[in-house]
Design a binder for this molecule. Structure first.
Ligand code: CUA
Length: 320
């Protein structure tokens, strides 16, 4: 996206510079042209000119519309990740960035990604407002406590790039920096498999799901007191209040922490709140587990997101 953002930016600078020069030059030119040495000269009254006023209204309007349409096009593409992305979770806290890969690797203030693949980072904050800023990729979004934000980028060159916190967040805000390490795909695969075998994020989520006894109500066959979570992710969900909601990361997170807010139609508000009982990292593991609960046929984006050579999530194999 960097070149597209830059082209738009340079266009705006060029338009601004053109009119700044035009106006400055005309001011000087007219000042010289209409200067008079006669101390008693009286200025000509000006009665306005309809064509002139139309011109200086319509031309800037058209230029603004060009900027608006162009910027909207870039903005929508920046906001909408493509379908096939490498997914990474991140938690911001004073004063560090924690990254969680789906394969289980954790990193702090470093993010390893392969070159040429779209990467989507879903993140939140554990304490105050931060802002995830990758200047080289021209993407930035606030990390907001209690909410998921996303940024996505495709790194086009191998190398190391800055990561900044771009929102003042306290004493060591300026030290809340990191780097993105963009690697060749083969080196990235080697790096991914080189870490400790802690199990994938969805496996960790599954363990939590069992440890917290979520599985006693959320049975896969739908016979539990809570809805089955199989094939829920990515589909619309009807709610008890008659509306419906898209089951995305934010909805799953909300349903874990404040389950009464958007109750699934046909179920009683029995689920306890997990607010304050789970770290954001554990919530992300649970979200990832719910995402993995798809049947093999519908789990296309999920499997591709896990990368080549990756076995499907355990949940799919067991068909829980
Ligand atoms: Cu985090 Cu500034």
């Amino acid at each position: 996206m960097a070149s597209r953002v830059d082209n738009l930016y340079f266009f705006i600078v060029a338009v601004t510079a053109f009119f700044a020069v035009l106006v400055s030059v005309l001011v000087i030119f007219f000042a010289a042209k209409y200067h008079t040495k006669d101390p008693l000269a009286v200025g000509q009254p000006i009665h306005g000119s309809i064509p002139l006023e139309l011109a200086w209204s319509i031309i800037p309007f058209l230029i603004s519309i060009v900027i608006f349409a162009w910027a909207a096009d870039v903005f929508f593409d920046l906001q909408r990740p493509p379908d096939q992305t490498i997914e990474i979770y991140s938690v911001a806290k004073r004063w560090m960035w924690k990254f969680q890969h789906l394969d289980g690797q954790n990193e702090i203030n470093e993010l390893h990604v392969p070159v040429g693949r779209a990467v989507k980072v879903t993140f939140t904050s554990e304490d105050v407002l931060h802002s995830m800023f990758f200047p080289s990729f021209r993407v930035k979004a606030d990390a907001i406590p209690g909410r998921y934000s996303t940024v996505w980028f495709t790194a086009t060159k191998v190398g190391e790039y800055h990561l900044f916190c771009a929102e003042y967040c306290g004493t060591k805000h300026s030290g809340m920096i990191g780097k993105v390490i963009v690697m060749e795909p083969a080196a990235y695969q080697a790096w991914l498999t080189g870490g400790p075998g802690a199990g994938s994020l969805s496996q960790r989520g599954e363990e939590l799901f069992n440890d917290l006894a979520c599985n006693t109500c959320h049975r896969s066959d739908g016979s539990g007191r809570g809805p089955s979570l199989v094939n829920k992710f990515g589909a619309p969900q009807e709610l008890a209040n008659g509306t419906s909601v898209a089951v995305d990361e934010a909805y799953v997170r909300e349903s874990i922490l404040t389950p009464q807010v958007k109750l699934v139609a046909g179920y009683q508000p029995l689920m306890p709140t997990f607010q304050g009982l789970l770290s954001e990292e554990n919530v992300m593991a649970l979200v990832e587990y719910v995402k993995s609960l798809k049947t093999a046929t519908s789990g296309v984006s999920n499997v591709s997101a896990a990368g080549p050579g990756e076995t499907p999530p355990a949940a799919v194999q067991e068909n829980r």
